[in-house]
Write a protein that binds this ligand. Structure first.
Ligand SMILES: Nc1ncnc2c1ncn2[C@@H]1O[C@H](COP(=O)(O)OP(=O)(O)OP(=O)(O)O)[C@@H](O)[C@H]1O
Ligand SMILES: [Mg+2]
Length: 419
């Protein structure tokens, strides 16, 4: 059973959230990085991590990956205190403050809200606004475009809890979406509320919170359809008890779906109509993508005690260049057409390659990220199919990387791992 059973609140006892607090105005800033100023390229020894900037993730926990609401509790509290705009029922923040939490900004008291999502402001505004309507939100996009990431942060900012989550797979059963039973109780006492195990969706309905469904299109069509009544009638009938759980105000649902899974379990048109679809694009520019990678690698590195990422910014730029060129099928200057490999080369993969490289640099090098630390990671990501991808990679290496000014160390490092 996927559902921890201790959060269920019966329909007649919805959870209330804090009343709006201090009156103040927020000042948003662009998505530029506070870290960028400290980026250097030729630091000779392993750079020590400086204290985290004001705002940003709270790292005072031993958990490997705290939930967004725990990791950014300080930012969320600061936003709640400064937020004087109207909040929809049971929302922790106003829609505007939720958007600021995602996109970043500076509060009047100087608290820096770090950008979680780097991308078009309008995309975030539409996503947040959808959650305040009676339509659910479907985040759609190619792999690695931060659908899961945005969904988690939206739930954390809106409801203060991103854990009401159903992970969609081909084996997701109806109980995971609706409710299941504690069979020991069911056999001993028959069907009752006590024997019922609510799904995260049912709990979110009862508490007026945000539910999340990951990878909606991997869920078999008949199970997906059990969401139709939830989303259109805002109720979940329990025929065994002759009861229903009615959604209270504040309830909504965020689903994610991957473009690549299109056709696996197509959304029925009845279900699609219940969603507002927001497509998350790939990072528009090279600079945006480098910015995302530097930020995320820095956050991940903190939890793994890795050296600070800025020392490797040259290398990060190269990883991003390679991935973008192979993904787009053309070099950055537009001159050479390239074949694209079979696998995904998204920002998420670039983040993994750089994090892996930093670990190599930390444990087997001098802590400074170099070409040799990322080469193996790039190869492993690009060459998923040993036959066709290897040819694509070799062509790219010999026709593009080899000829590029200042890339000789990178070319040599890639050659070394490619043989
Ligand atoms: N535009 C972006 N802004 C901020 N972070 C991003 C962006 N694009 C990708 N990322 C980062 O990429 C990583 C992967 O994102 P995530 O897992 O949410 O992707 P996804 O779209 O859910 O992928 P999949 O389709 O494979 O499930 C996250 O660490 C996220 O921070
Ligand atoms: Mg995802």
């Amino acid at each position: 059973m996927t559902v921890p059973g201790n959060r269920f609140v019966p329909t007649d006892a919805p959870v209330t959230t804090d009343a709006p607090v201090a009156i103040n105005t927020l000042v948003t800033s662009g998505a530029s990085s506070a870290n960028d100023a400290s980026i250097t390229h030729d630091t000779p020894a392993a750079p020590a991590r400086s204290a985290p900037p004001p705002g940003g993730p709270d790292a005072s926990t031993d958990v490997i990956r705290p939930h967004a609401e725990a990791a950014f509790a300080g930012e969320l509290a600061a936003l709640a205190a400064a937020d004087d705009r109207p909040r929809p029922e049971r929302w922790r923040l106003s829609p505007w403050a939720v958007a600021t939490y995602l996109l970043g900004g500076v509060l009047p008291d100087g608290t820096v809200i770090t950008p979680k999502y780097v991308g078009p402001r309008r995309v975030v505004e539409v996503a947040v606004t959808t959650l305040a309507t009676d339509r659910a939100l479907l985040l759609l996009g190619v792999p690695g475009t931060a659908k899961t990431w945005v969904s988690e942060h939206l739930a954390a900012a809106v409801s203060g809890d991103s854990t009401l989550l159903v992970q969609g797979t081909a084996g997701t059963a109806e109980e995971a979406v609706r409710y299941g039973w504690d069979y020991a109780r069911l056999l001993a006492h028959g069907p009752s509320r006590d024997a019922l195990v609510p799904s995260p969706v049912m709990r979110a309905m009862a508490q007026g919170m945000t539910a999340r469904v990951e990878e909606l299109t991997r869920i078999p069509a008949d199970v997906q359809d059990s969401l139709i009544t939830v989303l259109s009638e805002k109720t979940l009938p329990i025929p065994e008890l002759g009861e229903e759980v009615q959604a209270v105000r504040g309830f909504n649902l965020i689903a994610t779906a991957n473009d690549r899974d299109r056709g696996v379990n197509e959304l029925s048109s009845a279900l699609r109509r219940r969603f507002n679809t927001v497509v998350l694009p790939l990072p528009a520019t090279h600079e945006d993508e480098v910015d995302i990678v530097v930020r995320r690698v820095d956050q991940l590195g903190r939890s793994l005690d890795l050296p600070a990422a800025p020392s490797g910014t040259d290398e990060i730029r190269r990883v991003v260049t390679v991935f973008r060129e192979l993904r787009d099928g053309v070099t950055a200057d537009g001159r050479t057409r390239l074949k694209s490999p079979s696998g995904t080369l998204s920002t998420a993969e670039a983040i993994s390659v750089v994090t892996g490289g930093l670990a190599l640099a930390a444990h087997f090098g001098d802590g400074v990220l170099r070409a040799g630390d990322v080469a193996a990671g790039i190869l492993g990501t690009v060459v998923r199919d040993p036959a066709s991808d290897r040819t694509v990679w070799h062509e790219y290496l010999e026709t593009v990387v080899r000829e590029r000014d200042g890339w000789q160390d990178f070319y040599r490092a890639c050659r070394e791992v490619s043989v």
